[in-house]
Design a binder for this molecule. Structure first.
Ligand SMILES: Nc1ncnc2c1ncn2[C@@H]1O[C@H](COP(=O)(O)OP(=O)(O)OP(=O)(O)O)[C@@H](O)[C@H]1O
Length: 382
């Protein structure tokens, strides 16, 4: 079990070295003045200059080893390009198995990158190895928040220990750990004095998710990857966590990637949406535009089937067909459209030719026949 860049826990085979680093001691709940610590956090975590990319993903490919086949591999992500500035939220959406978690894990260095590059704050993290990678993870500048806090939080640690653990990994002394853990808990609406001595099993689902969030921000990250942060929560806790994410990006300038199945959750919080289908990013753009005027037929299908986005079924999504089985993504010709087997507009080009990526302003869609409106100003880029 391991977790983030800074040593939480996740059930994977590629445990970051930080996972074996010493744990925080049994700190007492912190007594620091949260306002004072908050001021320090704000000073230490200056938002990236407007427009500066905190995360840049270029031509990313990830392949997992194929079980039982020596040297064999299964490509699960290909040609992914993304950019995210400080203080911005990117919603990453796609059906189960499309590669959302894999993309996030590639960014924190726990998925095997086979092509392209990932840059965080100007540092090429996809090329880091050995000591440089361990140092990067210990810095806590990139944090990954797991979708299942009950499984990802160590059941034996108290809340104070859980939140302070990434700081212990980073070598922060006990006194500062206590102060910063209390501030992080305060920021997510939890009282360290009241909850600091509890273990995860003694918390509600919403509290656990907020402890995960406190743990993720305690290192003052530049980039937070939140994997399905609200999918297990009821409506009130969901809204609370989404509001917290919004505050974090605004107050601390954190760049946040929110992974979700739920367009409704993303609609309220994300500045931009990226749509993943079978390991390919098929569309990206400002949230309102992607949701109301999807360009890629798969996005149209998503928006049409999301009740809160399009209840009428009369939007562009109504033109798409229901799901149908297709070839596995790795069997699709390199660059050809992975949605062609389901797309009502697909022609021979879509099944055989490299997908054409079109864009207009802030938007892009990897599609030979994007859904257009008369006002669209199109430019084919490849
Ligand atoms: N460690 C692994 N080894 C081999 N294959 C893997 C591994 N992890 C994920 N996969 C495969 O990679 C593909 C993408 O998985 P991933 O977990 O990234 O999808 P996802 O979009 O996050 O799905 P979900 O929404 O269900 O969490 C899936 O086919 C999955 O089975």
């Amino acid at each position: 079990m391991t977790v983030s860049a800074a040593g939480a826990r996740t059930p994977d085979r590629t445990a970051p070295a930080a996972a074996s680093a010493p744990r925080a001691g049994a700190d007492q709940p912190g007594h620091a003045d949260p306002a004072e610590v908050a001021a320090t956090v704000a000073a230490d975590t200056a938002p990236a200059p407007d427009g500066a990319a905190v995360l840049r993903v270029e031509g990313l490919g990830v392949s997992y080893p194929r079980r039982g086949v020596r040297g064999g591999e299964v490509p699960v992500l290909a040609g992914a390009d993304l950019e995210l500035a400080g203080g911005r939220i990117l919603g990453l959406i796609g059906e189960t198995g499309s590669g959302k978690t894999t993309l996030a894990r590639a960014v924190v260095g726990t998925a095997p990158v086979t092509a392209g590059r990932i840059t965080v704050e100007g540092v090429r993290v996809s090329g880091l190895r050995g000591r440089a990678l361990r140092e990067h993870r210990r810095s806590g500048r990139v944090q990954y928040m797991f979708q299942d806090p009950l499984r990802s939080l160590d059941p034996d640690l108290t809340v104070t220990e859980l939140v302070g653990e990434p700081l212990a990994v980073a070598g922060v002394d006990k006194r500062e750990r206590r102060a910063r853990s209390a501030e992080a808990l305060h920021r997510v609406g939890l009282d360290a004095d009241a909850l600091g001595d509890r273990i995860a099993a003694q918390l509600s689902g919403g509290q656990r998710q907020r402890v995960s969030l406190a743990r993720a921000i305690v290192t003052r990250p530049a980039l937070l990857l939140a994997d399905e942060p609200v999918s297990a929560l009821d409506a009130s806790n969901r809204n609370h966590v989404l509001r917290l994410l919004d505050e974090l990006r605004r107050d601390l300038g954190v760049a946040i990637v929110v992974i979700s199945h739920d367009l409704g959750s993303l609609a309220g919080v994300a500045d931009r949406i990226a749509v993943l289908y079978r390991g390919r990013l098929v569309e990206q753009g400002p949230t309102a535009e992607v949701l109301t005027r999807p360009l890629h037929p798969y996005t149209a299908l998503l928006t049409a089937s999301a009740p809160r986005i399009d209840r009428t079924g009369r939007g562009p999504g109504a033109r798409t067909r229901p799901a149908a089985a297709g070839p596995p993504a790795w069997a699709v010709a390199p660059g050809a459209c992975v949605f062609a087997h389901r797309c009502p507009f697909a022609d021979a080009d879509c099944r055989t030719q490299p997908g054409s990526s079109s864009h207009t302003g802030q938007r892009s869609a990897a599609c030979h026949h994007p859904i257009r409106t008369p006002s669209d100003d199109w430019e084919a880029t490849s």
